[in-house]
Design a protein around this ligand. Structure first.
Ligand SMILES: N[C@@H](CS(=O)O)C(=O)O
Ligand SMILES: [Fe+2]
Length: 209
């Protein structure tokens, strides 16, 4: 039994070495190839590519710009209009509001530190329920550590993400397809939905003025 486990372990290490993506530019190149000539998104493959990249701060530190007031969104690549790649920087205590993803696919890879992702069921008020607001119900709570990847789309619910420590500076890489700059945000207590505009703190390493 022990021998078998050792062998499985060796095979796993070998496969990981074969599939490993060592640089952010190689990841971007592979993601472009994954979208080439397709009208739909191969979710399993894109997730696999994000998982295969081994985070290295030298690749992405030029995009990692923090703000003391809120998490920042830093554009890395516009993916020929098919997807965008955004580096998000979260100081300790910073979090997003509860939101959806405008019917897009959302892949999120941890590059540094840890983030907590909390998922909620989307309220489905029928017309006669309007005015009977109730708190959103939590579906799951996941701690994401360096190199972890998670995936969400609107059929899987809403989420909020935050850095509740212990790392003072968490960084995550998000891939959205198709790109969007407006989504909905939700009040946790009432479920009331409002329109949220998403902005960039920097683009291609340069602060947006
Ligand atoms: N979807 C959010 C970040 S997160 O909380 O997933 C954004 O793009 O700003
Ligand atoms: Fe999100």
């Amino acid at each position: 039994m022990t021998q078998l486990l050792t062998k499985i372990n060796r095979v796993e290490h070998y496969l990981l070495r074969l599939t490993r993506i060592d640089t952010l530019s190689e990841l971007i190149h592979r993601v472009y190839a994954a979208f080439e000539g397709r009208s739909s998104v191969d979710v399993a493959h894109v997730k696999f590519l994000m998982e295969s990249y081994v985070s290295n701060a030298d690749d992405w530190k030029r995009y990692a710009q923090f703000d003391e007031n809120r998490y920042t969104r830093n554009l890395v690549d516009e993916g020929d209009g098919k997807f965008n790649l955004i580096l998000l920087c979260w100081s300790q205590g910073q979090a997003s509001s509860i939101h959806d993803h405008a019917q897009a696919h959302c892949f999120m890879k941890m590059l540094q530190g840890c983030l907590t992702e909390v998922r909620y069921q989307e309220p489905n008020h029928t017309s006669d329920e309007i005015g009977q607001d109730r708190p959103l119900s939590e579906i799951s709570r996941t701690e994401l550590a360096e190199n972890d990847v998670c995936y969400i789309n609107d059929s899987m619910g809403l989420h909020k993400v935050g850095n509740s420590g212990p790392h003072p500076a968490a960084v995550s890489l998000h891939l959205y397809s198709p790109p969007f700059n407006i989504c909905s945000s939700f009040d946790a207590q009432t479920g009331v939905k409002s329109r949220a505009r998403l902005t960039y703190w920097s683009k291609f390493g340069h602060k947006v003025v």
